[in-house]
Design a protein around this ligand. Structure first.
Ligand code: PEP
Length: 219
């Protein structure tokens, strides 16, 4: 599973070029565009997720998108608890937990983002337990070390492997790795055992880079 997180990037013209450039790779990717352009991707046959949703069904929440609206639009997935949502917009584990429950209730598949900064698993354990409190359905977990997001730095492969193994020992979730993935390091990253896929940010904005990543990943 390869998720492409565009964050707040690409204009409408760029989106249209991107859709054309990746048309032969549609089956291999799940695109997380800005919500404004989700329909463009859906209408062109891409699998789409939103980068965020709110947990309420409707009401006075200016600027927010409800899980049901996302589902109705045709999104299949939603990213919840991304580090940027936590650090810039103040989301905590409790809000993330409410969003997960609300998304699942509205038939969206959830990619829960978690991440830490060191080998100690205490922070990660708390994040997973609190975010998944009373959640019965399975979710996908994206492990994204904080220091690796958008920095060009990736952890040692064995460190990622340990985290993947640890998350799998706690949950029955599929696990993705995310953080500074590009066409040069994907070869090494794909050697991680029991990993179910990748979440790609910056490199996903460039369709040609995505093609290179997909070609290396599928070798
Ligand atoms: C992300 O923010 O989800 C991400 C993986 O970003 P980047 O690839 O740019 O590190």
């Amino acid at each position: 599973m390869i998720f492409l997180n565009h964050k707040m990037n690409l204009t409408l013209d760029e989106v249209n070029n991107y859709i054309e450039a990746l048309k032969n790779y549609k089956e291999k990717i799940i695109v997380l565009p800005t919500a404004l352009y989700a329909k463009e991707f859906i209408n062109s046959g891409y699998k789409v997720g939103l980068q965020n949703i709110y947990y309420e069904e409707k009401g006075m929440y200016t600027g927010e998108i409800s899980p049901y609206q996302a589902f109705q639009l045709g999104a299949s997935y939603v990213l919840i608890g991304h580090y940027e949502r936590r650090s810039i917009f103040g989301e905590n584990n409790e809000m993330v937990n409410k969003k997960i429950k609300s998304a699942l209730k509205n038939k969206l598949k959830v990619v829960l983002c978690v991440g830490d900064n060191d080998d100690n698993n205490d922070f990660l354990t708390r994040q997973i337990k609190e975010c998944l409190k009373d959640v019965q359905e399975s979710v996908i977990i994206a492990y994204e070390p904080i220091y690796a997001i958008g920095t060009g730095i990736i952890p040692k492969i064995e460190d990622i492997q340990n985290k993947v193994n640890y998350i799998k020992s706690l949950t029955n979730s599929k696990v993705l790795y995310g953080g500074s993935i590009n066409a040069h390091n994907i070869d090494e990253l794909k050697t991680i055992k029991n990993l179910d896929g990748f979440l790609i940010g910056k490199a996903s904005i460039d369709a040609q880079e995505v093609i290179k990543i997909l070609e290396v990943a599928s070798k």
